[in-house]
Write a protein that binds this ligand. Structure first.
Ligand SMILES: *Cc1c(COP(=O)(O)O)cnc(C)c1O
Length: 364
């Protein structure tokens, strides 16, 4: 029996995708091999990576002056690759200026990593209120090498309600937990990056969408594996890419296209999240800690209204345990913030949200 999996990542995948992958496991596309067994340079694998890229371009409306890269190392490696490629100087520690907005734990990790290569300036932060809102984005400086935001903050459940205009300074965003969740104007960004394990496919693949003029700026001392120019020149085949992950992403994109694309999934995502927020806002037991204007469509943290700390912890851990026993999995909040969190990515059906609400009603 399938459970409803509210994990923040790796997370639920569409059942038709899993079933198709299972059917094709020993013999993909009549090749007599599993995708896992194919040479990444073979004529059998080539159409797979090409199809995945073409579908991603189609679903996201990626302009032709952007490259799509399938890399490894997760979003976390992009925390290093972005500053290395766009702001690092002739020697470590002599980097250019880079602007960051601190909207949560992932943004903070990106900042700490970038500070090793770039002259990082944190222009705004919402840390003062436990990251429950998105701060005003100050204007870029003319000599910023780039301007970095985290569009959807997975742990605290916020998202930017509008994309800042940074003029000629390239806007870079971590979109790990919101890619393909609603329409996004790619042309407003210099770089978008995402670990696949939230809305795209299995862990192990990182998607990077980069405007061509930003490729080729890495200093000579940059390790080959961390250079966008090398990966772009080789079509993500400089070394062995995460072949199986790329294949599954292709199946997920096919599923999304059949469903009606990003507009359609966005409508469903708004419906699902609205249902859950409405429930939280009217509950006598539970509530959302996030300011309304900035609430995420994908990750919804919630807490109980209990004031007594010990009692609250007891209730919340009992909630997570009893929900799991009822087939509603992975509802614990991030270990650093506590409480509960329901991640309702593209592949979570609305029935899962309804089940969760009815369980919460009973628990109340
Ligand atoms: C999950 C997540 C990450 C970390 O991704 P890895 O692939 O594990 O490196 C970074 N940023 C955001 C916004 C995330 O949701």
């Amino acid at each position: 029996m399938r459970v409803y999996n509210f994990s923040p990542g790796p997370s639920v995948l569409p059942l038709p995708v899993l079933e198709k992958a299972a059917a094709q496991m020993p013999d993909a596309n009549g090749t007599g091999q599993s995708v896992m067994e194919m040479s990444h340079r073979s004529k059998d694998f080539k159409p797979i990576i090409e199809k995945t890229e073409a579908l991603l371009r189609e679903m996201m409306g990626i302009p032709s002056n952007y490259k799509v890269l399938f890399l490894q190392g997760g979003a976390s490696l992009q925390f290093s690759m972005v500053p290395l490629n766009l702001a690092a100087g002739d020697a470590p520690g002599k980097g250019k200026k880079a602007a960051y907005i601190d909207t949560g734990i992932w943004a903070d990790k990106a900042i700490k990593e970038a500070a090793k290569y770039a002259a990082v300036e944190v222009r705004a932060s919402s840390k003062d209120k436990a990251y429950t809102y998105i701060p005003q984005a100050p204007a870029q400086a003319a000599d910023d090498a780039y301007y970095h935001i985290t569009l959807n903050n997975t742990i605290v459940g916020t998202k930017w309600d509008k994309i800042p205009d940074t003029g000629s300074v390239p806007l870079v965003s971590d979109v790990s937990s919101c890619i393909l969740s609603e329409p996004l104007d790619v042309s407003k960004f210099g770089i978008l990056y995402a670990g696949a394990q939230k809305n795209l496919g299995p862990a192990g693949t990182t998607v990077v969408i980069i405007r061509e003029d930003l490729i080729g700026r890495a200093p000579d001392w940059t390790p080959a594996m961390l250079r966008y120019d090398i990966h772009a020149a080789e079509g993500s085949l400089y070394n062995t890419p995460p072949c199986y992950g790329i294949y599954i992403i292709g199946l997920v994109l096919e599923w999304l296209k059949q469903l009606g694309g990003v507009e359609t999934i966005a409508k469903l995502n708004r419906e699902k999240s609205q249902l859950f927020y409405d429930y939280l806002d009217n509950s006598r037991v539970f509530c959302s800690p996030v300011v309304k204007q900035y609430r995420s469509l994908m990750n919804i943290p919630f807490i109980t209204k209990e004031k007594d700390e010990a009692k609250k912890n007891e209730i919340e851990s009992r909630f997570v345990k009893e929900a799991a026993a009822a087939g509603l999995l992975n509802l614990a909040g991030h270990r650093l913030v506590g409480g509960m969190r329901a991640s309702i990515y593209n592949a979570m059906p609305i029935e899962g949200v309804k089940e969760l609400i009815s369980f919460m009603e009973k628990f109340s």
